[in-house]
Design a protein around this ligand. Structure first.
Ligand code: CP
Length: 338
C-alpha cells in the first residue's frame, strides 16, 4: 500500500456515530453556561430564583421517575482534598441521576498523584482533559479560584478552607424558602462557630440581599469575621450579636446551628474551651415558635441532641436531600442543559 492510501479495512469501516444528529445546542440564556461557581457573590435574587425553580423541577423528576439522561455524555470530576460525606456524595448522586459519568477522587487524594507531589494546577489541568466540570474541595482559601484560573472547564467550589461553600449556601437558602415559603421578613439566627464556618460566611452573604433580621450567636472567640459583619451592616440589615441562644430562641424563625471546627484551631485547649458551648435540646425547643425551623449543614458533633431529630421542626435531613436537587440544577446550568 502506498503512503497516504487507506487500507481496505479502514475504507470499509462503518461510522459509529452520526455526529450532526448527536450534537445539541447548549442553553446559554441564563448566564450560567460554562461559568465557574466560586462564590455566592455571583448570585442575586433573580438568579437564585432561577436555580431554585430548576431544583424544584429536579425534585419532582426524581420523585416520579428517579432519573433522566439530561447530562448523558458529560463527566464530572469530584476532587476532594478534605473529608466530605454530603457535598461529595450529593454531587455524585446529582450527576448519576442526570445520566452523566463521574471521576470520584473523594476517598483521599493520597490515592492520586497528589501524594507524589503533583501540584493543584497540574492536577486540574490533567483532570480537565477527561471531564466537563470539576468540583473541588481544598483546605486553602482561594484554591477554587486558582483552579478556575487554570481550567478551561467550569470549576465549582465545594469549600475552600474557611472561605466559602457557595453550593451549600444555595441549598440552605432553598431549604429556608421551602420550609417557610418566604425569605423576606424572617429572623434567622446563626449559632456556633461563626468564625471558621464557611457555610455561615456564604449563607450570611446571600441573606444580605434580602430583607431579613440576622442574629449571630457564638462564644467570643468564634464571632463572625468583621469583614462579613461589615458587609451585612452595609446592606442595612437588622443585625445583633449575642453569646446566648436564650436571647433569640423565642423569636427566631430559623435556627442555623453549626459545629465548632476542631480542625481549624491551632491550639486544642482553645477548642476544648468552646466545643460544648451550645446544645439544642427538646427543652430548649419548647421555647421556640411552633413553625421555627432548625437547620445544620452537618456533620454535627453534639450541638443538636439526637432527641431533637423527631421534632417536625428539625429540617437538617430534608436540607441534605435538597443539596442533591440544587447540585443537579447547578450542573445542568453550567453544562448548558437548564
Ligand atoms: N455540609 C457539608 O459540607 O458536609 P460535608 O463536609 O460532609 O460535605
Amino acid at each position: 500500500m502506498k503512503e497516504g492510501e487507506k487500507s481496505d479495512m479502514l475504507k470499509d469501516r462503518p461510522r459509529l456515530f452520526d455526529l450532526d444528529d448527536l450534537e445539541q445546542k447548549p442553553t446559554t440564556g441564563n448566564g450560567f453556561y460554562g461559568k465557574d461557581i466560586l462564590s455566592v457573590k455571583q448570585f442575586d435574587p433573580d438568579s437564585l430564583a432561577y436555580i431554585f425553580d430548576v431544583a424544584e423541577e429536579m425534585r419532582e423528576m426524581v420523585r416520579r421517575v428517579g432519573g433522566a439522561d439530561l447530562l448523558k455524555g458529560h463527566v464530572l470530576t469530584c476532587l476532594f482534598y478534605e473529608p466530605s460525606t454530603r457535598t461529595s456524595s450529593s454531587f455524585i448522586a446529582a450527576m448519576a441521576r442526570l445520566g452523566g459519568g463521574i471521576i470520584p477522587i473523594t476517598q483521599g487524594v493520597q490515592f492520586s498523584s497528589v501524594s507524589k507531589g503533583e501540584s493543584l494546577p497540574d492536577t486540574i489541568r490533567t483532570l480537565e482533559q477527561y471531564s466537563d466540570v470539576i468540583v473541588l474541595r481544598h483546605p486553602d482559601e482561594g484554591s477554587a479560584k486558582m483552579a478556575a484560573d487554570y481550567a478551561a472547564i467550569p470549576v465549582m467550589n465545594a469549600g475552600d478552607g474557611t472561605g466559602e461553600h457557595p453550593t451549600q449556601a444555595l441549598l440552605d437558602l432553598f431549604t429556608i424558602q421551602d420550609e417557610l415559603d418566604r425569605i423576606d421578613g424572617l429572623h434567622i439566627a446563626m449559632v456556633g462557630d461563626l468564625r471558621f464556618g464557611r457555610t455561615v460566611h456564604s449563607l450570611t452573604r446571600l441573606l444580605a440581599q434580602y430583607n431579613v433580621k440576622l442574629s449571630f450567636v457564638s462564644p467570643e472567640i468564634l464571632r463572625l469575621p468583621l469583614v462579613i459583619m461589615n458587609d451585612v451592616r452595609d446592606a442595612g440589615l437588622d443585625v445583633r450579636e449575642t453569646h446566648s441562644v436564650a436571647d433569640i430562641i423565642e423569636t427566631a424563625d430559623v435556627l442555623y446551628v453549626t459545629r465548632v471546627q476542631k480542625e481549624r484551631f491551632s491550639e486544642l485547649s482553645q477548642y476544648d474551651a468552646v466545643k460544648d458551648y451550645y446544645t439544642i435540646t427538646p427543652e430548649l425547643m419548647e421555647r421556640a415558635q411552633d413553625n421555627m425551623v432548625v437547620m445544620h449543614p452537618l456533620p454535627r458533633v453534639g450541638e443538636i441532641a439526637y432527641s431533637v431529630d423527631g421534632d417536625p421542626r428539625a429540617a437538617y435531613f430534608r436540607q441534605v436531600q435538597n443539596g442533591m436537587y440544587i447540585r443537579m440544577a447547578l450542573l445542568a446550568a453550567v453544562l448548558g442543559k437548564a
